[in-house]
Write a protein that binds this ligand. Structure first.
Ligand code: GTQ
Length: 376
């Protein structure tokens, strides 16, 4: 069945549960409850919705307002005491599971020069997208990476990882993205602190970039069979350059402009088993059309300014702002600059949706492909 078939049959309420309470039924439900059972028809319409109805709400987190509060945490707690000094994005519809959207967690981590956050490993997959500062680094399984603004780093499921800022650096802030809510929903969360609290750096700095990021080339004598990318760091400059070339060589997607996925160089697939990521370029004046799809998406504005209309509400964004698009929410993006391109970093649960055959996508056909705005 495709989504059109769903639409055709949606009006057929005769097939839906429609049982009114009677004193006899209410008493019956009480009896069932004592047996740890219940009547399906009391919940069927809720647990089998016509289509996904996300409890996450679209949210824009403005960096301008948030930044000073993130920096304030530096004087309030140490990384040693806090473990990770992070202010996380708490979607009003998902407070019960500390999610930013759907089953995805995200937070802003801040570190001062000379600070170190100790090494640990967990079954959640994690990523970082660097927002500001100088001298940040992450060590993943003995591979140290130097991090600059708009660099994207992986800390996959099961890897030892620790973060810090070099003593001669500047205060750094980056966005963390993890699948913590998903892993907890699946009751598969494990967490270990490194026995020495810190790892030895056992490889040359940035070796994963040297070995695995040559365009179109794969090392002859290096095998890799782990379920995540051997390239741990995706630098901003080559990413932006690739996007510009891609955008110049083809027509825009009506929804996304020029969008490229960060990939595992071994197989071209998503970077990790549960989290995918992309960067997209909206050329000056780009006005995207609306579509919706399953999966949860968190965007950070890496460059430029514009707005997105999500479920009929307009969210104006500028560099470093973060916003979310919940599953099956209509969304369309606009670059308001006439001269500069805009770039949106995004991470999502697409690998999960695809592997479980739950990905669906639909374009808005009414109203010229644009959502009517809902009055505030
Ligand atoms: O840096 O390993 O924001 O384990 C949340 C959990 C960051 C991390 C977070 C984590 C980390």
């Amino acid at each position: 069945m495709n989504s059109t078939d769903y639409d055709t049959h949606r009006e057929n309420v005769a097939g839906r549960s429609d049982v009114e309470d009677t004193p006899e039924l209410v008493a019956y439900y009480k009896e069932l409850e004592r047996l740890n059972t219940a009547a399906l028809w009391t919940v069927a319409n809720k647990i089998e919705p016509w289509q996904p109805k996300s409890v996450s709400v679209p949210v824009l987190w403005r960096y301008q307002g948030l930044r000073e509060h993130v920096l304030r945490s530096v004087s309030l707690v140490t990384p040693e005491k806090a473990g990770r000094r992070v202010i996380y994005l708490d979607n009003p519809g998902r407070r019960d599971v500390s999610a930013a959207v759907g089953w995805l967690y995200s937070g802003l981590q801040v570190m001062h020069p000379g600070e170190i956050a100790s090494a640990h490993a967990h079954s959640s997959s994690a990523l970082r997208f660097i927002m500001e500062g100088k001298g940040a680094y992450t060590i993943v399984d003995g591979h140290k990476m130097a991090l600059g603004a708009n660099d994207f780093v992986l800390t996959p499921n099961g890897t030892w990882h620790e973060h810090g800022v070099e003593a001669d650096g500047l205060p750094c802030i980056w966005q963390d993205g993890l699948d913590i809510p998903l892993v907890n929903a699946l009751e598969a969360g494990f967490f270990t602190v490194h026995p020495d609290l810190h790892q030895a750096v056992t490889h040359p700095v940035d070796d994963s970039v040297a070995l695995w990021s040559a365009a179109g080339l794969r090392p002859h004598d290096l095998g890799w069979n782990k379920p995540y990318s051997p390239l741990f760091k995706y630098q901003w400059e080559p990413t932006y350059e690739a996007l510009r070339r891609y955008a110049a060589g083809r027509e825009d997607s009506p929804f996304d402009g020029a969008l490229m996925h960060y990939t595992n160089p071994v197989n071209g697939g998503h970077v990790m088993a549960t989290i995918g990521a992309s960067m997209q370029l909206l050329r000056p004046g780009f006005v995207g059309k609306a579509h919706r799809h399953t999966g949860s998406f968190l965007y950070q504005v890496a460059k430029g300014q514009g707005y997105s209309i999500i479920e009929g509400r307009r969210f104006d964004w500028q560099e470093r702002d973060i916003f979310c698009v919940p599953s099956w929410a209509w969304h369309e993006h606009v670059n308001t600059s006439r001269t500069d391109d805009a770039c949106l970093f995004c991470f999502n649960d697409l690998p999960v949706m695809e592997k479980l055959s739950l990905y669906r996508e639909e374009a808005l056909v009414d109203n010229g492909g644009h959502q009517p705005l809902i009055a505030a």
